[in-house]
Structure formats: structure tokens, C-alpha cells
Design a protein around this ligand. Structure first.
Ligand SMILES: Cc1cc2nc3c(=O)[nH]c(=O)nc-3n(C[C@H](O)[C@H](O)[C@H](O)COP(=O)(O)O)c2cc1C
Length: 439
């Protein structure tokens, strides 16, 4: 039976100058102003999407490699997506907006109050993508940088603190009854006191309780064992970056569900959205042509990929000979192991020429043979329907947030998904949490 799924859009390079280096720049891509994003948020809502998720990194990275991040705008500048959210809420009524937040960057009381304010302002449509980036520690005080797992521990303490503060107002604390001449009952506010490993604060929170709309939705993207344990114990939405064949999808879902049970929750408490970057084209012939055209990238194409990789890896790949192996010694200790794995794949870094590694990244694949995500709208609908047969909850389509990109991706796909009953045509009242729970 066809299964309805949830759809999200992932603004994968954050609130930054996406148009740079693309023809969209000439389509008035004024990234610092809200209008472009507002137009796109309306499109996503018209399409029946549950949410828009906005990537973020508060830091430009290591002091020595900042130029690699900014020279082609791959790693910055990035403005704060939390502050973009109200502009998007203003022009929509149902779409959830999920900015990325970093537990190192704001104290629990401040964060709880700001998020509570936005949750009310938006009619319960706020979500928070909680990430555990450790490299930006130096911007937020003089505490030493945490290790991978310790950063998840801190995120858990932070989130528990937020939830404790959000729960400051017991049932009956808010009266707001002119007949009784009483707005609230202070004796029903909890004098929360937290002294933990990473944070210390007192409550109660000076913000209204959420009522039936509930707390902001928590999303998380971590894929490590510790990351999945965090999701199982805490998240409403888990973002999955995993191979998307049947076995891997089922195995990934099983791991998240087990983590939920171990975290004292039900498997169904976590919606899992698989992230993919679609290239939707008009015909199978066009798809074949695009895939074939990416097979032997020229030096210009490789240079662009090297620029992006230089930003992610904080290592200048453009200064190396394309026809010689890189060797692992070029990467300093500050470089993310995950980013190195993405560059190298299954190859041997000591013997494989850089050209081969970059060409692997440049190559696109056909959706029909599951080597990539180039396909027609019908092929994508077939694939998403198949994901649903494997129990999948939803899909996170990833790209920039220019209206042209959205229309190119969605105009044909949305009607097909709706005809098949995979994509919602109506929202339920109650905000993001209610819509995620609707099926
Ligand atoms: C779909 C998706 C979105 C992500 N968004 C962000 C983000 O906005 N900011 C960030 O610092 N990391 C982001 N990440 C990276 C993760 O937070 C995390 O650093 C990475 O998955 C490594 O964590 P792990 O070791 O638990 O897998 C994202 C990852 C995925 C798959």
C-alpha cells in the first residue's frame, strides 16, 4: 500500500551566499535580505512540505585556514538562521522552520526563552536542529574544546535544561481569567535549579508554557553510535545520511528504533528523514546525457570541487598536483575525519592521484540504477514510493533556497507524489509537531 511520507527541504550550505558561482546570482540573489527566502518558504508550503531545515556553523574554522572557507563562500559567511526564521513564519501558516542551533553558543536559559518566544510567535512551528560542532568552542568562552562524545553529553545536558525550563509552569499556573482577576499563580511555577557539568542556571523561565502545541520539535543529524543514542533519547526527527538501498535503509531505521527504546521512548517517536540531493530532469535521455557528461570532468570542474573540498577539509587542495597522490600527511589534526572519508571513499589515499579522488566526487549517477540521484520526476516518485514500502518516514531534499531551484525540483514531482498519495495535500492544525504526528 502507498504510504504517505513527510517532506523537508534542507538549505545545506546555511544562510549564506549560495548564488555565488552559479547563474542564480544574476537572478537578484540577494542572500542577506528576507524576500527571496520568503518566496521560497511559500513555495514549500504550497507543495505540502512539513519543514525547511537550515544548516549552520557559527565559526569560520581554524584561524590559519579562513581564506579557504571564504574565498569561494563554501564555508562562510553564514548569518544566523534563527533570526531568519521569524521572517519565514510571517509569510506562511503551516510550514515548520528548523534552524540549526549549537549548544555551545547560547546558555540554556537564554536559548529556552528565545525558542519559547519563537514557538509562540510561529503558532508552534519551530524546530531546532541540534548539532555538536566542537571546533567553534573558542568563540564562546575559554572552556577547552570538547571531544566528540563529550560534546553530545553537553548537548544532552543543554537540551534537558531547556526542557526543564519549558516545564517551569505547572498545569493551572496560567489562569488568565478576567472574571477571577488573576493572570497567573506564582505558587505553581517551579523554582528550577540546575548545577551540572557544563551549565548552571536557575528557573523558572520567564515565558509562557506551550499548551497543546507542545515544545519545539528537536531534529538531529549525527550518524555515529553516540549521535544515534542522542537521537533515540531526544529527537523527534533524525536526519539520515546513509546509503539508500533497501538493506541500508532498513538497517539504519532499526538502529534508530533500537536507540529510541534504549532511550526510554517508542520507535515511532522519531521520524527518520533520508537526505538526498536530487537532479530532476525532463527525460531519461537528458538524465543519461548529464550522467555521461559528468564522467570525465575537465580541469575547471575539478578546480571547483577542489575549492569546495578545500573549505570542508580546511586544507588547500588547489595547491597540489592533480596527477600525484595527496597522501594522508597533508591533513592536520584539525581536519574532520568524516570529511577525509568523503573525499577518499574506498580509494587508497597514499597511491591514488588527486584527479581520481576529485573525479569520483564530480561524477553523477542515475537514479534508475541507484548510482546517484539524476532522474525524471516519475523516476523519483517511483523511488520515494519504494522507500515508503521499506517503512520510510520521509525525505529531506537538499539544495539552495532560490525559488528557481525549488520550482525546477518540485513543479513536476509534487503533482505526481500527490496523485500517488505520498505527499500531503492538506495540513492539520496545531503546528509542526502535529503535522509530523499526523501519519
Ligand atoms: C542532513 C545533515 C545535516 C547536518 N547539518 C549540520 C549543521 O547544520 N551543522 C553542523 O555543524 N553539522 C551538521 N551536520 C553534521 C552533523 O552534525 C555531525 O557533525 C556529523 O554527522 C558527525 O556526527 P557524528 O559523528 O555523530 O556522525 C549535518 C549532517 C547531516 C547528515
Amino acid at each position: 500500500m502507498t504510504r504517505a511520507q513527510h517532506f523537508g527541504w534542507f538549505l545545506a550550505r546555511g544562510f549564506g551566499p549560495h548564488g555565488w558561482g552559479t547563474p542564480a546570482l544574476d537572478w537578484n540573489y540577494r542572500w542577506t535580505e528576507p524576500r527571496l527566502y520568503q518566496e521560497s518558504a511559500r513555495v514549500l508550503e504550497q507543495a505540502g512540505f512539513d519543514l525547511l531545515l537550515i544548516e549552520d556553523a557559527p565559526s569560520l574554522g581554524s584561524p590559519d585556514t579562513i581564506d579557504l572557507r571564504v574565498r569561494q563562500a563554501f564555508g562562510g559567511p553564514k548569518h544566523d538562521p534563527l533570526l531568519l526564521a521569524p521572517y519565514l513564519f510571517e509569510v506562511t501558516r503551516h510550514l515548520g522552520v528548523v534552524p540549526t542551533v549549537n549548544p555551545a553558543a547560547s546558555l540554556p536559559y537564554t536559548a529556552a526563552r528565545q525558542f519559547a518566544t519563537l514557538q509562540h510567535l510561529s503558532g508552534h512551528r519551530l524546530g531546532l536542529n541540534v548539532v555538536t560542532d566542537t571546533g567553534s568552542a573558542r568563540h564562546f568562552g575559554d572552556a577547552p574544546q570538547l571531544g566528540h562524545d563529550a560534546a553530545y553529553d553537553r548537548a544532552e545536558e543543554w537540551l534537558a535544561g531547556l526542557r526543564q525550563l519549558w516545564g517551569s509552569w505547572d498545569d493551572g499556573a496560567l489562569i488568565a481569567d478576567p472574571a477571577r482577576g488573576r493572570y497567573a499563580d506564582g505558587s505553581r511555577l517551579r523554582p528550577t535549579r540546575h548545577r551540572g557539568e557544563h551549565f548552571a542556571f536557575d528557573g523558572p523561565l520567564n515565558a509562557l508554557p506551550f499548551g497543546t502545541g507542545g515544545e519545539p520539535v528537536i531534529a538531529s543529524p549525527g550518524g555515529s553510535g553516540r549521535g544515534l543514542a542522542f537521537a533515540g533519547a531526544n529527537s523527534d526527527v533524525q536526519l539520515a545520511l546513509s546509503p539508500m538501498d533497501e538493506r541500508s535503509v532498513r538497517a539504519y531505521r532499526e538502529r534508530v528504533h533500537t536507540a529510541a527504546i534504549e532511550g526510554g521512548r517508542r520507535p515511532d517517536d522519531v521520524r527518520i528523514l533520508f537526505a538526498l540531493e536530487p537532479v530532476i530532469v525532463a527525460s531519461a535521455e537528458e538524465a543519461e546525457r548529464i550522467v555521461a557528461g559528468s564522467r570525465d570532468p575537465d580541469d575547471d570542474a575539478l578546480r571547483r570541487i577542489a575549492d569546495k573540498q578545500s573549505s570542508d577539509l580546511e586544507t588547500d587542495l588547489t595547491s597540489f598536483d592533480l596527477d600525484k597522490p595527496l597522501g594522508s600527511s597533508v591533513f592536520g589534526a584539525h581536519v574532520s575525519q568524516g570529511s577525509i572519508r568523503r573525499l577518499v571513499g574506498d580509494r587508497d589515499i597514499e597511491t591514488t592521484p588527486l584527479r581520481v579522488l576529485l573525479s569520483d566526487l564530480a561524477r553523477l549517477g542515475r537514479l534508475t540504477d541507484r548510482t546517484g540521484f539524476v532522474g525524471t520526476a516519475d523516476e523519483f516518485a517511483d523511488y520515494i514510493e519504494e522507500l515508503g514500502e521499506w517503512g520510510n518516514d520521509g525525505v529531506l531534499l537538499w539544495g539552495d533556497l532560490h525559488p528557481v531551484t525549488l520550482h525546477r525540483t518540485l513543479d513536476e514531482l509534487v503533482p505526481i507524489l500527490r496523485r500517488r498519495g505520498i505527499l500531503r495535500t492538506e495540513y492539520v492544525p496545531g503546528g509542526l509537531r502535529a503535522n509530523l504526528a499526523a501519519f
